[in-house]
Design a protein around this ligand. Sequence first.
Ligand SMILES: *[C@@H]1O[C@H](CO)[C@@H](O)[C@H](O)[C@H]1NC(C)=O
Ligand SMILES: *[C@@H]1O[C@H](CO)[C@@H](O)[C@H](O)[C@H]1NC(C)=O
Ligand SMILES: *[C@@H]1O[C@H](CO)[C@@H](O)[C@H](O)[C@H]1NC(C)=O
Length: 975
Amino acid sequence: MAGFACQLLSLLCILGALQLVRGYSFRNCMEHKKGQVFNCYNRKEENMTAIIDDLPSTAVNLSINTNHVPRILNNTFTRLPNLLLLSLDHNQIRDIEQLAFHNLTHLKSLNLSFNLISALSPSVFHDLGNLTFLSLARNKLKELPGDIFSTLVSLSNLIIRENFLRNFTGIAKSISDLQNLRKLDLCQNHLTSLSHFNVSLPKSLNALYVCYNSLSTLGNHSSLLKPIQLLDLSHNPRLSTEAFHGVDLEGVNYLRLQSTGVNIFEFLNISNIYAGHVDFSNTSLNGSSEVIKLCNILQKKLPKIKNLDLSHNGFQIGKNSPILNNCPEIKEALNVSHNQIKIINCLDFLKNQTQVQVLNVEHNHITILPPCDEAVRLPNLLEVTFRYNHILSIKSFAFKNTPNLKILKLNINIISFLDQKALKGLNGLETLRLDNNLLTTLTKNTFEDLISLQTLNLRNNRISVIFSETFFHLGNLTILDLGGNKITHFQQSGLNGLRRLAKFYLDGNKLKMIDPSFYHIFQDTLTVLDLQNNQINLLSEKIVVPPFMNLTKLSDLKLGGQQPHGLAFLPTFLFQGLHSLRSLYLTDNKISLFGYNVFDDLTDLNFLSLDSCCVGVMQLQPGIFKNLKNLTTLMIENTGMQNFSKEVFGSLTKLQKLQLDHNVMQQIDVEALQSLPNLQYLDMRRVPLSCTCENSMLKNWTENNQDVYVVYLYNMQCPGDAKTKFYKFDTSVCYIDLGEYMFVGTTLVVFLFTFTPLFYVKLYWKFKYSYYVFRSWFSEQWRRLREEEENCKYDAFISYNSSDEMWVMDQLLPNLEGKGSSFKLCLHHRDFEPGRYILDNIVSAVYSSRKTVCVVSRNFLSSEWCSLEIQMASYRLFDEHRDVLLLVLLEPLSDRQLSSYHRMRKVMLKKTYLQWPGTECVDPTQSQELFWNQLRRAIGTGSRTERKGDDTSAHTRGSQHSETHKSDESCYLLP
Ligand SMILES: *[C@@H]1O[C@H](CO)[C@@H](O)[C@H](O)[C@H]1NC(C)=O
Ligand SMILES: *[C@@H]1O[C@H](CO)[C@@H](O)[C@H](O)[C@H]1NC(C)=O
Ligand SMILES: *[C@@H]1O[C@H](CO)[C@@H](O)[C@H](O)[C@H]1NC(C)=O
């Protein structure tokens, strides 16, 4: 009855647990925001209905892409009336049924791009009255049904690029009712003309993209493009200047004409477009003379221009070139990128264009920036970019004539020689990009004048040492990027001067240690420190003080990927003082040891990544995360973790996202999951969770649950069984149905309460009689058992290690088999049947002997067979309740020595044992005599378990006795 109550109780506990957090999953989709955002990517499922079958009707944002779904059937999404955004790109969809999008009245955005749609039913978008964005890009549409978009009254952005459309009139008809349409993208179709008869474009349409078509004419009446402001006609090689005759382009404020057959000079003569609104990039202005010609025409039309884009034209600029002299005055930006400029001559081509503020010289062939202290001054220039040139060297005073630069981009060149005085005079510079060059040396003077600099990027150069005071004058610098260099060390005071530094990137260098003495300069301002991919190894570098101790504002620390040996070890005080830290990366570090309390100071931590952090099997001590009360995301992928326990993870009460995938635990403790009350997302893919009763609770937890999203639960397989899925392995054998228990229990109680009084009155004497009958039957059984025992072949089986054989032969045998006490003993070397399997011999010896006497010594403990024997006998003791085991300790053994012999210890705690009085006792003969007497008596008694302490002659192992070692007590067996 007690056992039953106990099981009932544990079942009630399980039932109680059902109220706590539980997991859930979706067959084909990942959930990114609870109940709202879903992505169903790359599934092997052709049936769209099946893909979204298990999504909740609350879904708002749904992307189903990179699948193979040839058809979308009627009413596929009817169940999801709350959808706002639906993306169905890259699915090989050929066919969409008429009512496929039925009921999606709230939908705002629909993406059908990258499919194989060649025809659309006229009313397929009928219900989508709220749609604002529709993309049909990259399909096989040849034409559009006339009123296909007629109900999309809210549509503002329509993308039909990369199809096979030919007929602009048809398109114009289909969109003519869309009073909110603003942008229409028809690039990469087969349009030959923009003419449209008897229809006009919606007044709202202001951006029309018709690039990469086969346009040869635009249309036949002047106002055909009336509402358009942005017109992209680029890459229509058959489009000629004639096409613009009589076309009203007055309203256009940005016109692209790249790669067309248009002669730009003639065009400017015949068109009514405001010349400042034409993009002159890639208009075949091959020589500087053509640029000069263009400028002359422009200047006649307008004295000033905001931006001039002359990119992609292939011109050069010579020394003292008058190229821009006759251009209208450029007020803001000049773009001369993607040309053939080789020599820049201190920007002397801007001599008459001193108003330019932003200059783009990217993608040219410049190799050198010469001294400019004598050159024409350009005080209005604020930003210059020289990216993607071949600049090898920058001479002294190279920017002396542009003293007010705020942004200078010299990145992606081959600069290996930067003169110490190259940057002289740039007192107002705020951003300097020197990354992706070949710089090796920075000196104390290199950045001397850059007192306003806020961002300095030196990533991917070849700097190996930071010399003293290199950054000494950069008191306003907040971001310093030194990543991807070869820095091995900083000279003393190498970082001095960086008083305001907030973000410091040192990843991908060759630093071998974390030197806290460098950080004190910016210890009150630093928020980001990136030390990833260096060569820091905390085992070999003996750090003695907490390296980040005073970085009180640090919120982001990256220490991942130290080469080649990883951090290896996290000393207890490593993160001491980092009370503001919010994110910490320790990935790829071959860590084998976590210092005790190492994370204790990180009370503000939100994000911790330990992905692939460790070598082999990771052992996390209980309580290691105890102070991470604010952690919301824990990445612990591929760490060799063997178990997931409450003791380690239970304190993460704010944890929302847990990435556990690719670990080796075979079970996950549901209690541990339930100790994370805020958990929302659990990824345990690629974890070999066994499909056994040990995981039945977990399986249960994942069923019918609402709180924790489990990533692709339905794909998880039982290890070693490709056919069975984890979520449906059979757990019915693990517990009997609760209902059954309840029913039986209640019935029993009702029965007893009803009939006991009745029986008592009516059947008292019958009961009494039956009781006596039962008692006599019981004692008969008892007697038979005793007899059986008497029939045993041996009185005792002696289990001993061969190194103790001498004692057995010389002492034990004569004392038990001879000397008047004629016990029959079973000794393995004498009585084991030869040729029989040793296991069988041991089993039959134990079972055909009334007692098993174990002669315990250190050697005995380490012998495998002996431990099997003791296991057999202790099995009979614990499980059959037959007390067959007698322990004889041949030498005193301390608890420590016993501790690894778990079962032996358990036996010794439960049982009394005899200690052989060694020769060091005061009176060995007398003690030994007493010992034999007791042993004989013990062998003589029956084997039913008797209460501990009945045998007063042997002493009981109690707590006060745990230090038996060599104590005199072992000589006197009577206390
Ligand atoms: C598609 O899946 C749904 C739901 O799973 C099912 O009812 C339907 O029969 C399937 N259709 C086809 C053609 O397999
Ligand atoms: C889809 O719905 C349309 C309109 O009701 C109907 O004509 C068509 O036959 C339906 N398609 C299928 C396969 O039932
Ligand atoms: C259509 O959407 C409405 C809510 O907008 C919902 O009540 C109804 O059940 C949906 N229709 C179907 C057939 O699911």
